[in-house]
Design a protein around this ligand. Sequence first.
Ligand SMILES: [Zn+2]
Length: 399
Amino acid sequence: MSGSLIVDNIGELVTNGTGEGPLGIRRNAAVLVEEGRVVWVGPSPYAPAADHHVDAGGAAVLPGFVDSHAHLVFAGDRAAEFAARMAGQPYTGGGIRTTVGATRAATDDELRATVRRLRGEALRQGTTTMEIKSGYGLTVADEARSLRIAAETSTETTFLGAHVVPAEYADRPDDYVGLVCGPMLAAAAPYAKWIDVFCEQGAFDVDHARAILACGQAVGLGVRLHANQLGPGPGVQLGVELGAASVDHCTYLSDADIDALASSRIDCMCHEGRHTTTVATLLPGAEFSTRSPYPDARRLLDAGVTVALATDCNPGSSYTSSMPFCVALAVREMRMTPAEAVWAATAGGARALRRDDIGVLTPGARADLVVLDAPSHLHLAYRPGVPLIRQVIRNGVPQ
Ligand SMILES: [Zn+2]
C-alpha cells in the first residue's frame, strides 16, 4: 500500500509510551502512518488528512502483539498425548522426540505450509511479530532447513539444536553437544539471530547449556534460554550470567533466581527509564496444556523484573498461537493486572527480543496496530475465547 494512512476515532489508544497509566493510554486519539512507521499520535479531532483512512469507531487500538517464543517448524501433531495427559499422565518433555521423527520425515513444503498456516493464524489474532525456533530437526541438515524456512517468515529466528538430545545420541550426550557447537551451529547461524537451549533435567545440564550458548555468542547470536520449567534449576541464573535477552518459562524460581533477574536492572534511555536486561518470559499456555502450576508473576513484577508473555506455540505442550488467550490466562491464573498482561504481551515481548521499534505506538515505531472489537484492552481478559481482533495493520498495511 502506498501513501499515508490515518487511523482515527480511537476510543482508547494503548501507546506503551506517554499517556495515562502504565499503558500510556490516550482517549479519542488518532495515529498517522507513513511508509510503515507511526509519524504522529494525537487527538482525533486534529488528525491530519491522509491517503487512506481507517475509522476505529470508538474502539480500542493496541500495538500488535509480540510473541517472542514459538516453535512453528514441525510436522505431525500430538493430540493423543494431550488427551492422555488430561487423563492423568504426567508431562515429561520426552514427547519432543515424537515430533522430531515426524519433522525429519517431512518435506520442505510440508514444513513451510505449517509455518505459514500458524503464522497466519497468529496474525489474525493480532500477532504482528513472532519469533520462530528450530529444534525438531536435531541433525545438521534438518536444523539448517528448519531455520531457512523460519527465516522466510520472520527475522526473529532462533537456533534450538539443543532442544533435547536425539535418540541416536542418548548414551553420548557430550558428542551431541559437540555436534551442536560445531557443524550444526555453522549450518544454522546464517539463518538465525538467536541461540536457545532447553536447560532442564532430562534435556541439557548447566555445563552443556553454558558451552552451547557461549559458542552461539562467539558467532554473534543473541542468547535466550528455556529454564526452570519443570523444576528448580540453574538455568535462570545462567541466563543472567550470560546477559541473555530472556529466560523463558520461569515456573520454578528460588529467591536467588529472582534476585539475579532483578539485579540485571539497568538505566535506559527508553520510556520506562529503568528495566532488567534479562526479561522473564512467561508461557502460561504451557502450564494450561500440561495442567501444571503457573509461574508466580506477582513475585517477579513486585521485584521489578521485566515480564513478557508469549505463546510457546508448539505441538506438544502448548498448541495455541493466541496471545489474547495468554493475556487472559495471565490475568486469571497468574494475578497480573490486565494492564500488566497487555504490556507484557506487547512491549514486554519487544524487550525480550531487544527491539524498541515494536510493542509501542509512538512516533518512529513500526506501524503495527490492532483494532479491537471492544472499547478497552480490559476486554482481552474480561471476554476470554472471543474473537476480539477486528483489524490488524502490519508495517502500515491493513491485513
Ligand atoms: Zn518453548
